[in-house]
Design a protein around this ligand. Sequence first.
Ligand code: G6P
Length: 369
Amino acid sequence: EEIEKGGYDHFMLKEIYEQPRAIHDTYRGRLLADEGYIRMSGIDHNIERFLNANRIIIVACGTSWHAGLVAEYIFEDLARIPVEVEYASEFRYRNPVITEKDILIAVSQSGETADTLAAIKMAKEKGAFVFGVCNVVGSSIARETHAGAYTHAGPEIGVASTKAFTTQITVLTMIALKLAKEKGEFSQSKYHEFLTELEGIPQKVEKALKSNDLVEKIAEVYKDSTNCLYLGRGYNFPVALEGALKLKEISYIHAEGYPAAEMKHGPIALIDEEMPVVVIATRKGHYEKVVSNIQEIKSRSGKIIAIVTEGDETVKDIADHVVEVPESSEALTPLLTTIPLQLLSYHIALMRGCNVDQPRNLAKSVTVE
Ligand code: G6P
């Protein structure tokens, strides 16, 4: 096992650090920015279906559901295709309206999650085209779907999902970009710009990982907290949910993710000097609005840990701590803002003496209802 951990103390940390490589492996051979194309056989062979689809329904559980939520923003924003994102466990039992013009995308690291598998079977019976985004090759979901695209994250051992999440977002982003181009939503130059930026993401993730020492110091300050709030807007709202989930899963601190603007409809009542609030406040994407949310937290004495774009000065003056991530277009920020949040939960869990790789009561893959 020590050898498998490759010199890291835990699988989770190893997997966090593997993300630049994993993201690269996921687009390698599929995306060529210089030649201006994305090639994914599962999409290419079914392109007409995708272009004629009424809507895309994404079903998943846990972290994979959060990747689906990020994809909703990307698909609707860039490709202008209506998307619904559903918990597989709810979807399968609520007698959903599904037609032959719907495409169901099932997102699953393990490819074995019972609820997701059942949702696929139901959608197939109702005539939908079902596409899988799985990590484990040859898994049940990969076999049960009509077509699919693997994430090439490599084995994920830590129960808390990290590199599976960022590689799922990578695959879903490639699909959205490809459809946006095919639908004529993008000029060749805009397309080229996006592809080039996506190719550059592994280096930016590498840079984001450099925040590790700083994040460890922040973890030291908040390791004894009993609650934590995570806020983000737009593309970074699902990242806030995922940040909160990571903290809950491995440190057993109660954490909630919220869209920043919803704070005033409830969570703001919880804010006092004991409450750490993690806010994603990258420069692209409702920046001014998030800054005013940060001010609201400040005026109630909440402790603010802000994830900001490199060089940000405004938030630095207000927040208690800032962690920088490299600049990127808004659609790609989740791949970067997620990194410090993974590290924060890792360090806090470790300092609390928790079993990071195998948290209590959780399973890597939930194969029963
Ligand atoms: C479990 C795992 C999570 C994972 C979820 C969905 O709860 O602990 O890390 O996100 O299942 O799993 P899947 O394999 O379908 O992505």
